[in-house]
Design a protein around this ligand. Structure first.
Ligand code: SAH
Length: 264
C-alpha cells in the first residue's frame, strides 16, 4: 500500500494564502518536498513535529520523483509544495507521470496564483466591463521556446489583460512585442515583485515606454509578475462602464430589476 502524493499550491508567498485544504494536508504530512527556489520554508510551518522536510531547489526531476515515490512508501500523506497554483508552470505532468508508472496515487490542491496575488497587491482588476473581459496568462520565450501562434506579439494583438510569468529579465523584448502589436507608449503597466511576501512586496507602476527603466531603478530582476492591461488604473478614471450585475435595471437569477425589462 502506497501513501498519496498531494501537489499542493502553497500560494504566492504569504504562508496564510494557502488553502484550508492545503494547510490541513500539511498538518498531517509525513514528508514534504517544497520548491525552495520560490517557496519560502515558512510555508512548511503547518507541518507536525517529526515531518521530513526537504527543499527540492538543487534536485533534478528524476531525484524529485524518486524522493516522492520513496516517501509515499513510508508515509500516508506526502506533500509536494509548489508555488502559486500547481497547474501553472509547475512541472506537474513531468512529476506525476513517473508516479503513475510507479502506482503511486496523487491529487492536486489548487493554490492562489501569483497572477491573482499581483493584481491584489496593486489593487487592480484584471477584467472591466467594456474594456477587457479576457486575461491571458503567458510568458515570453526565454530558454523555453513558445509554441507556434503564442508569441507575445500575436497574443498582445487582442489588447486584453496580459499576465506575464517568468519574463522579468526580458522586459525589453516585452516592450518590443507590445509595440509590434500596436500598444501605445503610454499604455499602463504594473510589475509586482514578491507579491504577498510579508514585508518584501514591491509594486512598480509605469507605462510601456518606461516600465523597464523603472524596474531597473528598483533592482527588480526576479520573481516578478508583469501585467499589461487596458484596465490598469481604472480606479482613477473619471468614468467607467458599470458591471451589469449590480445595475438596478438589470434582472438576474438573484434579483429582480427595478423596472421591467427583457431578461437576458
Ligand atoms: N505556479 C506559479 C508560477 C510559477 S512560475 C503561480 O501560479 O504563481 C514562476 C514565476 O511566477 C516567476 O518567474 C514570477 O513571474 C511568478 N511569481 C511567482 N511568485 C511570485 C510572487 N510572489 N510575486 C510575483 N510574481 C511571482
Amino acid at each position: 500500500m502506497s501513501g498519496t502524493v498531494w501537489f499542493v499550491g502553497a500560494g504566492p508567498g504569504d504562508p496564510e494564502l494557502i488553502t484550508v485544504r492545503g494547510r490541513s494536508l500539511l498538518e498531517r504530512a509525513g514528508a514534504v518536498l517544497y520548491a525552495g527556489s520560490l517557496v519560502d520554508r515558512a510555508a512548511t510551518r503547518w507541518t507536525p513535529d517529526g515531518c521530513e522536510i526537504r527543499d527540492s531547489k538543487g534536485m533534478t526531476l528524476d531525484a524529485i520523483c524518486t524522493w516522492l515515490i520513496d516517501a509515499a512508501s513510508c508515509h500516508e500523506t506526502v506533500v509536494r509544495l509548489q508555488t502559486g497554483d500547481p497547474g501553472l508552470y509547475g512541472a506537474l505532468t513531468e512529476i506525476s507521470r513517473p508516479l503513475d508508472a510507479a502506482g503511486v496515487p496523487w491529487a492536486v490542491v489548487p493554490g492562489v496564483s501569483s497572477a491573482m496575488a499581483s493584481a491584489a497587491a496593486a489593487g487592480e482588476t484584471l477584467t472591466l466591463p467594456e474594456v477587457t473581459q479576457t486575461v491571458i496568462l503567458t510568458r515570453v520565450a526565454g530558454r523555453t521556446p513558445m509554441p507556434e501562434g503564442e508569441s507575445l506579439a500575436e497574443l498582445a494583438a487582442h489588447h486584453c489583460t496580459l499576465c506575464l510569468f517568468l519574463s522579468i529579465t526580458l522586459l525589453d523584448q516585452i516592450q518590443r512585442d507590445l509595440r509590434t502589436a500596436g500598444w501605445a507608449e503610454e499604455a499602463p503597466m504594473v510589475v509586482v515583485h514578491k507579491a504577498s511576501w510579508p514585508g518584501r512586496e514591491t509594486v512598480v507602476r509605469g507605462t510601456l515606454a518606461d516600465i523597464a527603466e523603472r524596474c531597473r531603478a528598483e533592482g527588480i530582476d526576479h520573481q516578478a509578475m508583469v501585467i499589461a492591461s487596458p484596465a490598469l488604473g481604472a480606479r482613477h478614471w473619471p468614468d467607467i462602464a458599470r458591471s451589469k450585475l449590480y445595475d438596478p435595471d438589470f434582472s438576474h437569477r438573484f434579483r429582480r430589476a427595478r423596472t421591467r425589462e427583457i431578461q437576458q
